[in-house]
Write a protein that binds this ligand. Structure first.
Ligand SMILES: N[C@@H](CCC(=O)N[C@@H](CS)C(=O)NCC(=O)O)C(=O)O
Length: 215
């Protein structure tokens, strides 16, 4: 299987981490987003959506990172995507919540405090930064409350929902999003980051700076 990625992007990093965790061998094909390679004709022929990650498994092409997480977990017959309908619904619920709420909120801070500088887009807009914090806060409180009662997103067992939501926090320090006030949420995030597979994927993280500066 080929995985087209811009590795430092959270949406790509979580898929790389899951592939390591499941011990799946993927050929990583790097696409340089700051250089705009995702909008080049060759890539658009593979993925009309012009975004990363993209998984190519034979004739099957799959984009949208959470769909890829689920596909890889099921392909590996992993319990990280459970089979029981209620357990599946629980995993999907948190992944949808991440796409609908957590990701957009943390994305505002990532854009304002990290991406702007990398892409030379000027100073952060204070009103947007405030909006990012205002939108993130109730969601972080929700997660804090949730992790007071369980170790992982869906109970006591690791699932693809953990990898999906953890991706929203990959740049939390750089984004100015402190997790210290949310002790159990921070404890969960530290458990995910401590996984050998996540450590392996995080090696790509610092390269966000290199990649942008060489664009
Ligand atoms: N919801 C999508 C987001 C994909 C996405 O926006 N990826 C970024 C990674 S840097 C990208 O390709 N951006 C390039 C662009 O929007 O042109 C997913 O999770 O796969």
């Amino acid at each position: 299987m080929d995985l087209y990625v811009f590795p430092p992007a959270p949406s790509c990093l979580k898929v790389i981490a899951l592939a390591h965790h499941l011990k799946l061998k993927l050929n990583l094909k790097e696409v340089n987003v700051p250089r705009g390679e995702q909008k080049a004709r060759e890539f658009l022929e593979l993925n009309r959506n012009g975004r990363l990650p993209l998984l190519v498994d034979g004739a099957f092409k799959l984009w949208e990172s959470d769909a890829i997480l689920i596909y890889l977990a099921e392909k590996a017959h992993s319990t990280m995507m459970p089979r029981h309908p209620a357990e599946r619904a629980d995993v999907l619920r948190w992944m949808f919540w991440g796409y609908a709420h957590l990701g957009p909120a943390t994305g505002i801070l990532l854009y304002e405090n990290v991406a702007r500088e990398l892409l030379d887009l000027g100073e952060p807009d204070p009103a947007e930064v405030r909006r990012g914090h205002d939108e993130a806060e109730p969601l972080l409180q929700c997660l804090q409350h949730h992790f007071e009662e369980q170790d992982y997103v869906c109970g006591q067992r690791l699932s693809v929902a953990d990898f999906s939501l953890a991706a929203c926090f990959v740049y939390h320090l750089e984004s100015g999003l402190a997790l210290e006030p949310y002790r159990d949420l921070q404890g969960w995030y530290e458990r995910i980051v401590a996984l050998p597979a996540w450590q392996e994927a995080q090696k790509y993280k610092p390269r966000i700076h290199e990649t942008a500066h060489h664009a």
